[in-house]
Design a protein around this ligand. Structure first.
Ligand code: CP
Ligand code: NVA
Length: 308
């Protein structure tokens, strides 16, 4: 069987996401150490900082019997100009999988093309698929929804903020699973047209109800309000402009009055209190947000078992 990569949520079919999350819930409830990856190593290249993704993947492979090898970009010969091709071919002869966080999404694609081992996107400028798997797991867990099929009937998900990588993957997983998903973003920061077109194409067959808007009133009746930083890694020079444009999109107590009474708040983290959400909201919804970050561990174990 040829190897498969997880570069985008669109690399997974709806039933596979359901199975993968079922496995993640089982792993979470059993909390057993397994040795299915005994003698195997997972390489991890992080070209940008990471706390959750780096540590949850390292812990996940260790708890499944394998070893994580952190390949710091500054210590790889890539820094001195070795090509992605040569790096990927060499790493494929040692490792069983490669987790990679990059600036350019096309670099994840090139690594995948040149590797004979599965490549997992740990965040690029376009997508963060591992994050959105943990997000859906958290929504099901906290809203007590047993299957992904029931999610559409029962849950309205609203993302508010920057239409960047995290939003793109949440949009994608909603489109694939057929969920009710509203994305609220200032016009200038809506997801790119190719991401929107792809989501609507999937929605036409999955039955997803997707709304893209700049109107904050569309938070109405949300069961989940999700946000991400306004200044993603690599966009630091746009800090001032972005703060001005995004301020009306802050998740605060006033905004949450529009949501449903049972609404939970999610954030992929790291958070900037006072920007995309207030300190009060972060405190009040800490339980849902930190459950979400814990679920990165369980869902990524399922990802490793599915792809490696
Ligand atoms: N949410 C997330 O990916 O966090 P890190 O950047 O800390 O990995
Ligand atoms: N959108 C953020 C997500 C961090 C996990 C970024 O790319 O920096």
């Amino acid at each position: 069987m040829s190897k498969r990569d997880l570069l985008s949520i669109y690399d997974l079919r709806s039933e596979e996401i359901g199975d993968l999350l079922g496995k993640a819930f089982k792993l979470k409830s059993e909390r057993k150490y397994l040795d299915i990856f005994k003698g195997k190593a997972l390489g991890m290249i992080f070209e940008k900082p990471s706390t959750r993704t780096r540590v949850s993947f390292s812990t996940a492979i260790m708890q499944l019997g394998g070893l994580a090898i952190s390949l710091e970009p500054e210590n790889l010969q890539r820094r001195r100009g070795e090509s992605i091709h040569d790096t990927a071919v060499v790493l494929s002869s040692y490792l069983s999988g490669l987790v990679i966080r990059t600036f350019k999404h096309c670099d994840t694609e090139e690594f995948a093309k040149c590797s004979t081992i599965p490549v997992i996107n740990a965040l690029s400028d376009r997508e963060h698929p591992c994050q959105s798997l943990a997000d859906i797991m958290t929504i099901m867990e906290l809203h007590k929804v047993k299957t992904t099929e029931r999610l559409k009937e029962e849950i309205k998900i609203v993302y508010i903020g920057d239409g960047n990588n995290v939003a793109n993957s949440l949009l994608a997983i909603s489109a694939v699973l057929g969920l009710s998903f509203t994305l609220i973003s200032p016009q200038k920061y809506l997801p790119k047209k190719d991401m929107l077109d792809r989501a609507f194409k999937y929605a036409s067959s999955s039955g997803a109800e997707i709304k893209i808007t700049s109107d904050v009133n569309e938070v109405k009746n949300a069961d989940v309000v999700y946000t991400d930083v306004w200044i993603s890694m690599g966009y630091e020079s746009e800090k001032e402009d972005r703060r001005k444009v995004f301020m009306p999109y802050q998740v605060n107590e006033e905004l949450l009055k529009k949501a449903s009474a049972r609404c939970i708040v999610l954030h992929c983290l790291p958070a900037v209190r006072g920007n995309e959400l207030t300190a009060e909201v972060m405190d009040k919804y800490g339980y849902s947000i930190f459950t979400q970050s814990e679920n990165r561990l369980h869902s990524q174990k399922a990802v490793l078992m599915h792809f490696l």
